[in-house]
Design a protein around this ligand. Sequence first.
Ligand code: CU
Length: 180
Amino acid sequence: MKRREFLATGAATLGTAIAGCASGEGLGYDIAMVSNAFVPGNTSPVPEDAPEWVPSEDPTLEVRIGDTIIWENTDSRIHTVTAATVDHEEAEAMLGTDEGDEGHHETGPTLPSAGTFFASGDFDDELTAVESFFENVSGGGAIPPGKQYAHTFHTPGWYHYYCIPHETAGMMGNVHVLDV
Ligand SMILES: [Cu+2]
């Protein structure tokens, strides 16, 4: 086909790569994992009434209850998807990033409720996820290049997540699950 037609088709394909409907069509994922960043297919601004701990500068994907988000590692290095919790300060101490990190939150991130933690590797909590990454327990939650991680959100609210080895480089993002 002609180059112009090809470009038009490419744009249409990109347009379908939004949360909740990406599976099996378009790019096949909602959030790309690139060098030191999460890149959602589309981002929403963080409103002023969001909790104080939600970093407004991080890319924010808005979804609805029951939506599944698919992250894909489109990079050549490994990454993780790890939700930040009330234990985040302790996790940063383990990561050695607790000093000089302006990105996080005097109050500490809190998930909408207990049982809503998520992480590649399916660990039970944030500290276990970080520990397992460094001790390489069952792969440590690392997502190799070309692989995906998916999570379905059942509880409305704000979620903040990061990549364990690249948080200091600013590899962080937010998910806002709308109550609809
Ligand atoms: Cu990373």
